[in-house]
Design a protein around this ligand. Sequence first.
Ligand code: BYC
Length: 334
Amino acid sequence: MYTQSLSLDQEKKLAADTAEEQSREAAFQARIDAGDYIEPKDWMPAHYRKTLVRQISQHAHSEIVGMLPEGNWITRAPSLKRKAILLAKVQDEGGHGLYLYAAAETLGTSRDQMLDALHTGKAKYSSIFNYPTLTWADVGVIGWLVDGAAIMNQVPLCRCSYGPYARAMIRVCREESFHQRQGYESLLVMMQSGTEAQKAMVQDAVNRWWWPSIMMFGPHDSDSLHSEQSMRWGIKRISNDELRQKFVDATVEQANVLGVTLPDPDMKWNEARGHYDFGRIDWDEFWRVVGGDGPCNRERLATRVKAWDDGEWVREAALAHTHKQQQQQTKEAA
Ligand code: BYC
């Protein structure tokens, strides 16, 4: 095997570079431990940057793909009031995607690169959006369970160590809270004054969305690839399992008020733990969906790619307009 030995000078330089890198990393970690926010122009380890781009862009893609399952019901909402609420909610999700792409761009990755990763299937987005919305009750259940799970996961992200992500999450969480409430309220109306068929429709939607909702929090802590490092860096503040447990504990009480049953025969209060125990999650299903083979993965991706292709003339026109404006300004300045 060919090996090349370093000269003494090269060895000294390497040792000095390594020592400098280590002391920068130690200073960086000390800032995080002291609760400082890291800002775009601050020095950061390459892996911290990469982890944030991965997580924030996945989050942004989830918001954008997440517009599709509910968007499917805008034209069929049962009343003008429900239609207006749903339109506002779906538009909010689009806005969340934009704040998050903007936050990720501050890390030096362009929006085109991120969207290309989504459209070519390289980037992930939340598993939950690969399930179909079969009835109107699904819209309420998404608000209640999916946005409810999202809030549980996202409130701690308002304290994420990366400033632009943390600040984006504050507004996202306020809006998610309205989303959760509108979903729960629409289910309450159906359960309290609906027909037997409407009540059965709500129960059926709960049966289909419950397990995918608790999968949203990701693999168990023992199987999570990134949690340990992300917790050390203050990107994640609470672990996947702890958040899932908090969500289950809060949701059981809400299901009782609503009058629906959560489809888990093993769900029961554990006095010793002070939490609800729940059944085994089907991780094979989770990884199948994450890997691209869920009920709607292909349809979701094809819809996003088509929207991107169909929007090409809009991007071209907007860029041409900006270019013309710049030319005009240069002319006026000369
Ligand atoms: N789906 O080491 P782990 C919304 C992946 S939008 C797909 O624990 P991490 C809403 C994970 O990416 C909801 N993939 O990872 C919008 C990793 O793979 P890679 C989106 C998942 O990052 C519209 C691998 O599994 N919310 O709320 O430490 C309407 C190992 O996992 C999932 C966010 O994105 C999943 N469920 O933790 C309504 C919040 N879970 O990347 C609602 C921000 C795990 O190595 N993100 N994976 O290829 C997070 O908090 C974290 O990224 C996660 C995962 C908790 C999701």
